[in-house]
Ligand binder design. Structure first.
Ligand SMILES: CC(C)(COP(=O)(O)OP(=O)(O)OC[C@H]1O[C@@H](n2cnc3c(N)ncnc32)[C@H](O)[C@@H]1OP(=O)(O)O)[C@@H](O)C(=O)NCCC(=O)NCCS
Length: 163
């Protein structure tokens, strides 16, 4: 998509992010997670994609602890506004976000999502299966961002996930 920019979200973006996330998912739970992560200080990057006029997409990254160490991250929710989906907004947010998380030294990124979509970014359920956590199965995926991290372990998610 032309004229698409990605930048860190600010406090002024919160309402738009909620509206966008509610519209993309059709339920309020995902936006509530974003709000709670911020309140609890468990968010990492929160990025918005926008054109010259308005915000069209959002992605959230958050802390995940491996065996009690705050070294990994989780991805989600990620949303593209329904009227502009399938134009690369989600992919742009995911690629830049993963680059930022890698640069920040996060060892892995975990997510629960569409198994047809995330493998194109390098996520696999085989890697996620090495880690014990609140989720499992083909939709629970992971990517290694830094090779120095543990190869297995137990994951702790932020309280915002109620897991
Ligand atoms: C998932 C989402 C963030 C992807 O963003 P996007 O900008 O629409 O997607 P992109 O343009 O980067 O990529 C398009 C590809 O994603 C695929 N895709 C989008 N939604 C998908 C879904 N629900 N399941 C499987 N694949 C999906 C498209 O089929 C397309 O595949 P193709 O490249 O093989 O044709 C966006 O569709 C969205 O907000 N969906 C609703 C909320 C949601 O489900 N979020 C993710 C939860 S895991």
């Amino acid at each position: 998509m032309n004229n698409l920019w990605i930048r860190p979200a600010t406090a002024e973006d919160a309402e738009t992010i909620t509206e966008l996330t509610d519209a993309a998912f059709g339920t309020p739970e995902e936006a509530q997670i974003i709000t709670q992560l911020a309140k609890d200080g468990d968010g990492l990057a929160s990025l918005v994609a926008h054109n010259d006029r308005e915000i069209l997409g959002h992605i959230q990254f958050f802390k995940i602890w491996i065996d009690g160490a705050d070294i990994a991250c989780g991805l989600g929710p990620v949303s593209a506004r329904p009227d502009v989906q399938k134009r690369g907004i989600g992919a742009g947010l995911i690629k830049l976000g993963l680059t930022l998380m890698e640069g920040a030294g996060r060892t892995h990124c975990f997510l629960l999502g569409h198994k047809e979509y995330y493998p194109r970014f390098g996520f696999t359920s085989d890697l996620a299966a090495q880690f014990g956590g609140p989720w499992s199965g083909p939709n629970f995926m992971a990517i290694e961002l830094n090779e120095t991290g543990p190869k297995s372990g137990v994951l702790t998610y932020p309280a915002a996930f109620g897991a």
